[in-house]
Write a protein that binds this ligand. Structure first.
Ligand SMILES: [Cu+2]
Length: 89
C-alpha cells in the first residue's frame, strides 16, 4: 500500500494555497473504519481541537483524512483520531 501518512510534509508539497508569509502543512491519514457522516464528524471534531489545525477534510470513499495547518504534530493528530474512536492506518 502507498505511503499514506508516512510522509505528510511532502504528500502535497506543491500546494496552490498561497498565503504570503505563512507555511501551511498538509497531513494525510488513512482511517479505514470511517464509514458514515457520524464517523466523519467525530474525527473532524477531535482533530479541529488541536493547535495549529486550520482545516480538516474527510473523504469517506477513500477513507482519507486530510489536515491542513501550521506546526502539525503527527503524534497529536494520531492521538486525536484515536480519541474519536478510530485508528489511523
Ligand atoms: Cu459511522
Amino acid at each position: 500500500m502507498p505511503r499514506l501518512g508516512s510522509d505528510p510534509n511532502n504528500f502535497w508539497s506543491n500546494t496552490p494555497i498561497g498565503y504570503t508569509g505563512r507555511v501551511s502543512e498538509t497531513a494525510v491519514y488513512s482511517v479505514p473504519a470511517m464509514h458514515c457522516g457520524h464517523c466523519e464528524r467525530a474525527v473532524r471534531e477531535e482533530i479541529s481541537l488541536l493547535a495549529g489545525v486550520e482545516s480538516v477534510e474527510v473523504d469517506l470513499e477513500t477513507k482519507l483524512v486530510t489536515i491542513t495547518g501550521e506546526s502539525l504534530d503527527d503524534a497529536a493528530l494520531r492521538a486525536a483520531i484515536e480519541e474519536a474512536g478510530y485508528e489511523a492506518a
